[in-house]
Design a protein around this ligand. Structure first.
Ligand SMILES: O=C(O)C1=C[C@@H](OP(=O)(O)O)[C@@H](O)[C@H](O)C1
Ligand SMILES: C=C(OP(=O)(O)O)C(=O)O
Length: 454
């Protein structure tokens, strides 16, 4: 059974066929007791994005099995098609949508406009391909994403010999004037606001005339596992990334091998479902958990026990069982910034004060997530303090109210976690979860329907 596709969701989260009404508030379902459920999730956003880009640059056709179909990946597919890449949907085995057969263009062509929507992966990973395309490519995004940092990519492309027109703000919109080739060579960037700058350049680098010798100079480098994921995806396609020292990566010119790939389920999107087990003292299983993976979501298996949860693995089924009392945590989460909204939502129910640090860069995600998490938890009666690079979360009794989502999928799902145990939470724009998980309301409702042991 096909559950739903990004373009045609067939589930009405409100149950009254008025889901399309703007500014609708979604009454977050309350768990009647410990949640007990088994959940299957669609493919990883980060793996799908990388494999789409690498397939577009490869030396033949590639098949992606069980890719993610969401707003971010739809933006990526359309961006690559606009540059001349053929992406055809083929029926596959996944209940969440078709496979992708990707055939690279003979020659990438610009003279087009690319809508990045809200996707960091599209706005960072595609501009280097536009440098390899012949003709100008204009990049733009949702208003809410126009402020996301892009200066490092613009500067890097210029240093690599590509002409870029922007308005000097280091943000979208801008135009990349591709000439069909990129010189490449040794450059420096400051990737302290996003690891995606490094991944973006590494993904295309072997197609540059001189490859790349990339050095990061900045006080920190967040989301290292995502850079490791990029390096592993390249290695699987015969592109070696040498790292002669920390913060430096060298890629030599050469072909990117075509490859058929199975996309793993999105383990970061497992976070709210596993959090449901933690905050209700229930037990939630995620199916298809990979044996080994480069996804940072796998760290949940180590993070959730810090709250007192128990994690067990049976084949490809990972189960989290919530504790009787949730312990507070003190943690540097610089490697897994995208897990913070779910982790902060759990921490709000701990029996002591938690501190999450090393996450200043998440102020540049879909919204300023430090400010947004503090504002929404405090709006329900919480006591959250924004730190320069993190959050201090003191537990307080919370009451119902509106939870704003800031057009941020992970803010919306964090509100749903809170709403499980706080009656009367209403989430603004639950449809924003379509960025990476269009089926969220449906899977969430189904999870609760499956069993709450009162
Ligand atoms: O490369 C990727 O797929 C991602 C890298 C990370 O970005 P940042 O380094 O900007 O946090 C992560 O938060 C984002 O959700 C996905
Ligand atoms: C930061 C995120 O997304 P993006 O890929 O748009 O940066 C995220 O999904 O949490």
């Amino acid at each position: 059974m096909l559950i739903s596709k990004y373009s045609a969701p067939d589930f009405d989260p409100y149950g009254d066929n008025r889901a399309e009404e703007p500014n609708r508030l979604w009454p977050a379902p309350v768990a009647g007791g410990p949640v007990t459920a088994s959940v299957s999730l669609p493919g990883s956003k980060s793996l799908t994005a990388r494999e789409l880009v690498l397939s577009a640059l490869a030396d033949g056709s590639s098949l992606l099995r069980a890719p993610l179909h969401s707003r971010d990946t739809a933006n990526m597919v359309e961006a690559l098609r606009a540059l001349g890449v053929s992406i055809v949907e083929k029926p596959g085995e996944s209940e969440f949508g078709a496979d992708f057969l990707i055939t690279p263009a003979e020659e990438l062509l610009g003279s087009t406009t690319i809508e990045c929507g809200q996707a960091g992966t599209v706005m960072r990973f595609v501009p280097p391909l536009a440098g390899l395309a012949l003709g100008p490519t204009m990049f733009d995004a949702d208003d809410s994403a126009r402020g996301r940092p892009m200066g490092a990519i613009i500067a890097a492309l210029r240093a690599l010999g590509v002409d870029v027109n922007d308005d000097g703000r280091g943000a979208l919109p801008f135009t990349v004037h591709g000439t069909g080739t990129v010189e490449g060579g040794a450059i420096g960037i400051d990737a302290s606001s996003s690891s995606q700058f490094v991944s973006a350049l590494l993904l295309s680098a072997s197609r540059f005339e001189e490859g790349i010798d990339l050095t990061h100079s900045g006080e920190r480098l967040p989301s290292l596992p995502h850079i490791e994921m990029t390096i592993a995806a390249l290695a699987a396609r015969d592109v070696t990334v040498e790292s002669p020292e920390i913060g430096r990566w060298v890629v030599r010119p050469g072909a990117i091998a075509a490859r058929d790939v199975d996309i793993e389920p999105d383990l970061s999107n497992a976070a709210p479902f596993l959090a449901a087990a933690v905050v209700t003292g229930g037990s939630v299983t995620i199916t298809g958990w990979p044996e080994s993976t480069t996804q940072v979501g796998a760290d949940l298996a180590d993070l959730l026990p810090l709250f007192g949860a128990t994690v067990t693995k049976d084949g490809d089924r990972l189960t989290v069982t919530g504790p009787e009392r949730i312990r507070p945590i003190t943690i540097d989460l610089s490697t897994g910034g995208e897990l913070v909204p779910a982790i902060a939502a759990i921490a709000a129910f701990a029996d002591g004060t938690s501190e999450i640090t090393g996450i200043g860069h998440i102020r540049h995600h879909e919204t300023d997530r430090l400010a947004a998490l503090a504002a929404e938890l405090n709006g329900l009666g919480g006591a959250v303090t924004e730190l320069e690079d993190g959050l201090r979360i003191e537990p307080k009794p919370l009451t119902g109210g509106v939870w704003r989502s800031y057009e941020d999928h992970r803010m919306a799902t964090a509100g749903a976690i809170v709403g499980l145990v706080v009656p009367g939470v209403e989430i603004e724009n639950i449809a924003t979860t379509a960025k990476t998980l269009p089926q969220f309301p449906q899977l969430w409702t189904r999870m609760l329907g499956e069993g709450t042991a009162a």
